[in-house]
Design a protein around this ligand. Structure first.
Ligand SMILES: CC(C)(COP(=O)(O)OP(=O)(O)OC[C@H]1O[C@@H](n2cnc3c(N)ncnc32)[C@H](O)[C@@H]1OP(=O)(O)O)[C@@H](O)C(=O)NCCC(=O)NCCS
Length: 161
């Protein structure tokens, strides 16, 4: 299958991003991004054939600190790429597309001169944590109670480049 990455057009594709997010994170409605979050992030589609099969969103020159300072926005940090979300549609999982997208994220970060990537996920999300570790990400902290419904810790991971 021909696969490519295409930047989502904002605001035109916000509705498509919201629909995609609901399918990719169907188990966790509490984690769905709202319109303002899609507006503020740089989002990319992974296209397989002609279908949107994956999506991820970045915040450039941002550190993830929302878990330890919930009352503040994530701070600016030069050279830090925050991966705010990564998702593959359920029917396309376990075929290597998550691995392909992770590999592309590392290439993207290097190509654009970032010196580290930071990301976070639910502690129970062993697939994502293992996938990140496969690409050299290290756990830098685990913060209890970050997620709701169900209440759960967030695992924050970093990849130095
Ligand atoms: C996490 C996610 C992106 C992985 O995508 P994917 O396309 O299934 O990934 P891959 O097919 O490349 O598989 C990656 C690894 O996970 C393993 N894996 C995937 N799904 C699995 C499952 N349900 N149980 C056990 N292992 C699984 C694969 O075997 C593979 O391991 P390997 O490299 O040792 O063979 C996908 O499951 C997803 O979109 N989940 C929902 C959204 C989410 O939780 N995102 C992360 C938080 S931001």
């Amino acid at each position: 299958m021909h696969t490519e990455f295409r930047r989502a057009e904002i605001p035109k594709e916000i509705r498509s991003l919201i629909i995609f997010d609901h399918k990719a994170f169907q188990k966790y409605p509490a984690d769905w991004f709202d319109q303002a979050t899609w507006q503020a992030t740089e989002s990319w589609w992974m296209i397989g054939g002609k279908r949107k099969i994956g999506c991820c969103a970045f915040e450039r020159h941002i550190d993830f600190k929302e878990d330890i300072h919930p009352d503040k926005d994530n701070p600016h940090r030069r050279g830090s790429l925050y991966i705010a979300t990564t998702g593959i549609l359920p029917q396309f999982r376990t075929m290597g597309f998550g691995t392909l997208m992770k590999s592309w994220q590392l290439s993207y970060a290097r190509h654009h001169g970032f010196s580290r990537i930071v990301t976070n996920t639910r502690k129970s999300n062993k697939v994502m944590i293992t996938l990140n570790q496969k690409f050299g990400f290290k756990i830098i902290r685990t913060t209890p109670g970050y997620y709701d419904s169900p209440r759960e810790s967030t695992v924050v991971m970093e990849r130095r480049l």
